[in-house]
Design a protein. Sequence first.
Length: 193
Amino acid sequence: MSKNSQANSARWLSKSDKPEHVIGLLLKSLHHSLRQAVDEALRQQGVEMSFAHFAALFSLHTEPGITGAQLARRAMVSAQTMNSVLRRLEHDGLIERRPHPESRRADSWSLTEQGSADLARGRVVGDAVFARMLAALSTAEIAGLQSYLRRCIAALETGTSAGAAAERSAAVKAAVRRARKRRPRHSNSRRLA
């Protein structure tokens, strides 16, 4: 992280900020910095693809045959943006489209040989950026970070589970009880009058 990036991050952090108020901003800042670093490194190495193209190719490498909507979610972009990315990659001969086996309205996308070759070139560049990003962390810290992030993702994805719903229900009931205790009863107010 450059000194300017550290200074910019420090501007919106203070010792009094609660972690739950700052972590989302830090994650967004990391995502933005990572995208910029990968885009710049790809440009410098003459690999003609953006971070969005790289993310789409990588997702298709790991999950061949997924839909455009699934790709958009994985790359954290809108469906419209991913549609543009897919059209460009298809035009460049890096991916191919087939009818989706489970939905007549969706297409399945997969890498071509050229797409696999371009992804391999992009991965070399991306790996160098990821290594630079993680260089300040020990192996144990990297493992811990992966574990923490996976747990955060799981907590958000299962946020509507029965356990979470029960916790929210109990919190709502407690708030209602507190509100009832504070509210004066009409029958008592008539007696005082």
